[in-house]
Design a binder for this molecule. Structure first.
Ligand code: NAP
Length: 451
């Protein structure tokens, strides 16, 4: 039997048969933006629907909205403890973010009698998966334990044997999964295999966060295009540089430290010609305590007019450079760059006579790049927004005012005609770095990569 209590903000539904408690926000579903809230709502409404069906509408639902998109997924409530352990698994997975391409970043935690006895994450492609590392960490203690894993365990042999086997052989009794495998060919296979073998398998714990973690992997697998993150650091009045083009430093050291984290998560970093020229950045990944990693530096230069002396043209194994230009670019300059070890790619020009960023994304996706961090400047940002290529955005703000009509704002390009056409972020997060603030959110709808 369900009991329903409504207050100002929430409806609380108690299933008195198993004591499960659900909180429902009495707003229209479309206003619920956080992925995990949506997932929770799906479960709650699955129950309500079932209840209404069997109890002839006996329950007065009061302010609770009509739920349209009923997803008949497993209606298992996850409690605080489950969410705590899945959060730990997510934290472990994040350590591997940016190092595992072409594989996704995955974390796993093994728990027995309420204690964590094993931790693991996927460190690099070709090495052991998260579940296997966690099982090794737990040793024989894993028998009879629960495993929390951010992604459905694989059930096929790739570069390593299937993780479902390792879970089974370790004697794990309960498997809590965050996100299902986005690959439609294998989705559900791991969970099904383990269920058939008699393990208790529960799916969808912190599902939204687990999906977000592997969004680049999911998008690339479904579309062969990279996930695009765009980062801008601006003053309160939205300027990314002064009228003279000076931009060092708008944000503080802490905020810039997080900028390095964004580089860690990415396979490639991309800037426009003017940024490469004015700032002469090295565009490398430098973060104390983190292993070094390969980061492809992509520079847009439609006529190959940049001087060869720039830092981005000093290439190494970990910092390769790709200059993207158009078919009319001078051959001699292209040769001079290639002699320095820089890769030059010529693409047909866009109608504006510049690098066609859509074609470029296809090229990068086909080269195995799953995630690109677009770091400016304002014109390049404009092109990415105008072409609808941004999947996730990170806007840092410092409490300064630059002003001046010649000072660029963070996004130029064409822009929209009406405010109602403006792309809107969802799942918006706000984070403070001293007195600087970061507003970030998704532009893409993750669920389309899992449908
Ligand atoms: N605060 C921040 O977050 C931040 C970040 C980066 C840069 N900045 C500042 O921003 C300023 C540079 O920005 P910016 O807007 O002048 O230049 P930009 O966006 O860095 O570069 C624009 C140039 O890139 C080339 N390009 C090639 N294909 C393009 C395409 N599809 N779309 C756009 N550009 C393309 C074009 O030159 P060609 O036609 O000759 O190829 C274009 O003029 C600097 O002052 C820098 O310090 C600030």
């Amino acid at each position: 039997m369900f009991e329903l209590a409504l207050d100002y903000q929430y409806a609380t539904i108690k299933d008195s048969l198993n004591g499960a408690l659900f909180q429902v926000c009495p707003l229209d579903y479309k206003f619920i933006t956080k992925e995990h809230e949506k997932t929770a709502l799906k479960r709650v409404f699955y129950f309500i629907d079932a209840f209404l069906l069997f109890n002839n509408n006996a329950l007065n639902l009061g302010k609770v909205p009509t739920f349209l998109a009923i997803n008949k997924m497993s209606a298992i409530p996850f409690d605080k403890t489950d969410r705590k352990f899945m959060s730990m698994a997510l934290g472990l997975a994040r350590k591997g973010l940016g190092y595992t391409t072409p594989n996704p970043a995955v974390g796993a935690v093994i728990v027995k009698d309420g204690k964590v006895i094993g931790r693991g994450w996927h460190k690099r492609a070709g090495t052991a998966h998260a579940e296997v590392n966690a099982i090794r960490d737990a040793g024989s203690e894993a028998k009879g334990a629960d495993i929390y894993v951010t992604l459905e365990p694989c059930n096929h042999t790739g570069r390593t044997p299937p993780c479902t086997r390792a879970v089974l052989e370790a004697g794990i009794k309960r498997v809590v999964i965050g996100a299902m495998d986005p690959n439609p060919k294998v989705k559900g296979g791991g969970a099904q295999f383990l269920r058939k073998k008699g393990l208790q398998v529960e799916t969808g714990c912190l599902e939204g966060e687990c999906m977000r973690l592997i969004a680049p992997f999911a998008k690339h697998m479904r579309t062969a295009l990279p996930w695009v993150r765009l980062k801008a650091a601006s003053s309160l009045d939205g300027r990314v540089a002064s009228r003279t083009g000076h931009s060092k430093w708008i944000t503080n050291e802490q905020a810039r430290g997080f900028g390095q984290e964004l580089r860690q998560w990415s396979d490639a970093i991309l800037v426009g010609k003017n940024t490469a020229l004015k700032d002469d950045p090295s565009l490398t990944f430098r973060k104390r305590g983190r292993p070094s990693k390969k980061l492809l530096r992509v520079i847009l230069d439609s006529r190959l007019s940049l001087p060869l002396e720039l830092k981005v043209f000093e290439v190494s194994g970990e910092a390769p450079t790709l200059v993207v230009t158009t078919l009319d670019a001078p051959k001699e300059k292209s040769r001079a760059l290639e002699e320095r070890g820089v890769q030059v790619v010529k693409l047909p020009a866009s109608p504006e006579g510049q690098v066609d960023v859509r074609e470029l994304m296809k090229f990068l996706g086909a080269s195995g790049i799953q995630s690109v961090l677009v770091e400016g400047g304002a014109h390049v940002h404009g092109s990415f927004w105008d072409k609808g290529l941004v999947d996730e955005a990170f806007f840092f703000f410092a409490p300064i005012v630059i002003g001046g009509k010649e000072a660029p704002s963070s996004v130029l390009g064409q822009g929209v005609e009406k405010v109602s056409q403006a792309p809107r972020l969802h799942e918006v997060k706000c984070r403070w770095f001293g007195d600087n603030v970061l507003l970030s959110g998704l532009v893409s709808n993750l669920e389309r990569f899992w449908s």
